[in-house]
Ligand binder design. Structure first.
Ligand SMILES: Nc1ncnc2c1ncn2[C@@H]1O[C@H](COP(=O)(O)OP(=O)(O)OP(=O)(O)O)[C@@H](O)[C@H]1O
Length: 850
């Protein structure tokens, strides 16, 4: 009975008395909560049960039994089928209410008796590498490399439940227009033309080239852009701007006319008994923004040169900054006829290599024009153009060749920066844009899109709460590789290198309980150390650790970026690619992924978003949305190439991010479907053979899978550091979305605690010390203080990245923002300068600035 005098005369039950509530202020939230509970006369660690509450069911998750998770969920608690937490242990302030910061409880490890309403995780002391005997089941060996236990045994441990306190999607139900089954496959828009009159010979190409294309390369007919542009480029001497969808064959569109005209001049001189040789002069320069793209263009060029009865005398070469200047100079001195280059290294040679004679250059091609501008190469290109203009001495001794230098600019999008590059470099240019060869559907209005994706590409989006991201990615991939007899290639895009590294390790890890491969450890130690300016290794020298990689295994170097992915399927090989990897590893990885004949998976940053022609990719997953809307198109453009089918899915967070669908996704196509996260999880975590009695349901299976990742991280200091770095870098990367998209992608809307869960971390955000950040943990993402687990302060993250770079963390700093397309131009420019500075100081550049 309360001691309030006014109430003494009434017979009122205790329950109905309204007590004045003391507001507890100051101190840490945990202390405040304990005081509040004490105030209410409740036990501090395990709150007394409310007699009216629904009784809880206790379920035990995790094979090793090291974690207990109280299932406080009731089916159908909310519309999404998510089960909100129903606190039956008395009113500790949580009762089914969605809390912004933390839905977790802390209990001392020693009190983990399995009683109470809190999610508890008694921390097992993880063995040091020397002993390893008591390591949790399935983690044997995980602690080996780290050199220290990942977890302080005295520390309180937390497990956040996966399926509680998740924000809901704005649209809980699929609308009819978004259902997959209703969608009819659209006719491909970037395929070779079926029109019988469209042949390579009819475009004005020589029979030698045409035969090579059809018989050797098995290209039956030109694509729409090839049909439109090649005849003009073969005969006319005009500059040209070529705009066409991704995968529509733009590379051949500019290479074929160049080859055709050089071959023609060779034929004419041979008639006069003059045989052209490599010293005939440099005819064409092709500029590509990245080394990978330059290498790819070189490969296509080589196949054309080495065609039957082809111009074998033509010597192409590429200079991209991946090797010693000295050896590049030696090649240039011997004489070359076609040069493929990245802008920085080209400018370097134009300024410093006397033997590079550009007086006869007839073609200057700039591929991926928008990307060149985004990477801040405008100044370089301006200088290149000036040098070429000053040194040009074209004499009209070869009539078939252009009478002046022709400049060709290629892009899949028509962005303002491309127009600027056009203004800078083109004169009276032809604008060559392929019209879609879509048949208009009766009764449907033909819509035009700001930038369009190939019509046959099936696009979807999925709204996934932060905590469920990792399990949903797994479920989606598991589903993709469900049939071992069908080979599937998937690319997953992440926002930063650290995130790629973390997810690669998480998906390449051994199945729970499997022994570590001792050999792979030994081999890892022998992996090549990257060196600036070293001769690039032959990509064939690397073999993957995956069982299915098709790389030759003659030499024993192990590619640390290729591995098996037994968790997904024994048949899947996983690859990773980002700008922080040494160039030779990147090249070897791309080669491995390209040649892989079995199912394969590539985790990458935007390094692989533009221009790369990776054959037969079936599915693109954008786990992190891109930093530039144009990159959305480029990323999905790695599938559905040259008329093939393809699928693409993008992960978005519930809430503001959902606006991205209307703003970007639907601008490239009106055929966009929405996948339901519960469906995906259900399909991914339900056993294919049908659940047997006693087997866990999909939610439990998903929870087990997540716990397994968390245990794997806890088992090794190295993995813990990896996860923390990935989490920190992810947040930093998130803050660099373009300013016009800040209303959708604001780091203030991120829930750092839930996000940590998706990186397998159990710590509170404030306790996560991101390695390599000078121990400042999350503070480095925006401020020292934190509120609701979020850093305070608005300092420009890019500026902080640069600050940190100045103070010694330069490599880490640039790795964090490995997203290419993001940020404002000024920021890009700063980063490019930083990359140059890094190069000068002997560090690897993230941006391939050559
Ligand atoms: N006429 C054709 N018929 C069939 N396949 C073709 C044809 N022309 C090119 N291809 C193939 O199409 C694929 C895409 O070509 P390419 O890389 O040149 O596309 P792109 O338009 O430059 O794409 P992106 O904008 O993504 O860089 C390549 O594998 C190429 O071999």
């Amino acid at each position: 009975m309360a001691d309030d005098g006014l109430l003494l005369n009434f017979d009122i039950s205790e329950d109905t008395i309204i007590k004045p509530r003391k507001v507890v202020k100051g101190g840490r939230w945990k202390e405040r909560r304990l005081l509040t509970q004490r105030e209410k006369g409740r036990p501090e660690k395990t709150a007394a049960r409310d007699s009216n509450a629904t009784p809880v069911t206790l379920r035990k998750f995790g094979a090793g039994g090291s974690e207990k998770q109280w299932d406080t969920r009731k089916a159908g608690d909310d519309k999404n089928g998510y089960q909100s937490r129903n606190n039956t242990g008395g009113n500790n302030g949580y009762n089914g209410r969605k809390r912004k910061m933390d839905d977790r409880e802390f209990v001392p490890a020693s009190s983990a008796t399995g009683k109470g309403t809190w999610v508890t995780a008694p921390v097992k002391p993880v063995e040091t590498p020397a002993t390893g005997a008591n390591a949790p089941k399935g983690q044997k060996g995980h602690g080996k490399k780290g050199g220290a236990p990942a977890q302080d045994p005295n520390k309180k441990e937390v497990i956040s439940s996966l399926f509680t306190f998740n924000p809901e999607s704005k649209h809980t139900k699929l609308d009819d227009t978004e259902k997959e089954e209703d969608k009819v496959s659209a006719a491909p828009t970037n395929a070779p033309l079926s029109d019988e009159s469209a042949t390579f010979v009819s475009l004005g190409l020589s029979p030698i080239l045409a035969t090579h294309l059809t018989s050797k390369l098995e290209l039956k007919a030109p694509t729409a852009i090839q049909k439109m542009a090649i005849p003009q480029l073969v005969t006319e001497d005009s500059d040209a701007f070529i705009q066409a969808e991704t995968g529509s064959g733009k590379t051949l569109t500019y290479l074929l006319p160049i080859m055709n005209r050089i071959m023609e001049i060779a034929r004419m001189t041979e008639e006069k008994q003059i045989h052209l040789k490599r010293n005939a002069g440099l005819f064409a320069i092709i500029i590509a923004p990245t080394r990978e793209l330059a290498r790819q263009i070189m490969n296509v060029l080589s196949t054309l040169i080495h065609c039957k009865n082809g111009p074998h005398w033509i010597v192409p070469t590429s200079i991209t900054g991946g090797e010693k200047r000295k050896s590049e100079k030696a090649r240039l001195r011997k004489g070359i006829n076609i040069l493929v280059a990245t802008p920085g290294r080209l400018l370097d040679h134009l300024e410093n290599t006397e033997s590079l004679d550009v007086s006869k250059v007839r073609w200057l091609v700039m591929d991926e024009g928008d990307r060149l501008m985004e990477l801040g190469f405008e100044e370089n290109i301006q200088k290149i153009l000036t040098i070429l203009n000053n040194k040009s001495k074209i004499v009209h001794d070869m009539d078939v060749l252009p009478k002046r230098r022709i400049t060709i600019l290629c892009s899949a999008t028509m962005k303002t920066n491309v127009q600027k590059l056009g203004d800078l470099s083109l004169k009276d240019a032809l604008y060559l844009k392929a019209e879609k060869n879509e048949e208009p559907v009766e009764g449907e209005e033909t819509k035009t899109h700001e930038f369009s994706a190939p019509a046959q590409l099936k696009q979807s989006y999925i709204v996934v709460p932060q905590k469920l991201r990792l399990v949903t990615l797994y479920a989606m991939l598991k589903r993709a590789y469900i049939r071992p007899s069908i080979n599937i290639k998937v690319i997953v895009f992440f926002s930063c290198s650290d995130s790629v590294d973390f997810h690669y390790e998480a998906f390449a890890r051994k199945i729970d309980g499997a022994e570590e491969n001792e050999d792979s450890d030994a081999e890892e130690k022998t992996k090549p150390k990257p060196e600036e300016d070293e001769e690039p290794e032959d990509p064939k020298a690397f073999k993957g650790t995956g069982a299915n990689t098709s790389l030759p295994r003659k030499r024993t170097l192990v590619n640390p970026a290729v591995s098996a992915a037994p968790l997904l399927s024994p048949a899947v090989t996983i690859h990773k690619l980002h700008g922080s990897l040494p160039q030779q590893i990147r090249t070897a990885t791309l080669t491995a992924f390209t040649r892989c004949k079995t199912s394969s998976l590539l985790f990458c940053t935007d390094v692989a978003a533009r221009g790369l022609d990776l054959p037969n990719v079936d599915l693109i997953i954008q786990y992190d949305p891109p930093f530039d809307p144009a990159d959305y198109l480029h990323r999905i453009g790695r599938t559905a190439r040259a008329g093939r089918e393809g699928r693409a899915a993008i992960f978005l967070l519930p809430g503001k991010e959902e606006a991205y669908v209307e703003r970007v996704v639907k601008k490239s196509s009106e055929h966009v479907i929405r996948s339901d996260v519960n469906d995906v999880l259900k399909k991914g975590f339900t056993p294919t053979t049908g659940a047997k009695k006693g087997e866990p349901g999909w939610e439990e299976a998903a929870t087990n899978w997540q716990l397994d990742v968390e245990r794997w991280i806890l088992g090794s200091a190295e993995k813990m550091a990896l996860a923390k770095r990935a989490w920190g870098s992810h947040i930093r990367a998130y803050t660099t979305h373009k300013s016009e998209e800040k209303d959708i992608f604001s780091h203030r809307d991120l829930h750092y605690g839930h996000l940590a869960k998706s990186f397998g971390l159990r710590d509170k955000p404030g306790d996560i010390k991101v390695p390599g950040n000078g121990g400042d943990g999350v503070a480095s993402t925006g401020g020292q203080g934190k509120k609701d687990g979020k850093p305070k302060g608005k300092r420009d993250v890019l500026q902080k990245v640069l600050d940190r770079a100045e103070s010694g963390g330069r490599k880490r700093a640039l790795e964090d923002v490995d997203m290419g397309g993001g940020g404002d131009n000024a920021a890009k420019e700063r980063m490019r300068k930083m990359a140059r500075m890094m190069e000068r100081s002997g560090m690897k550049s993230e941006f391939n600035v050559a």
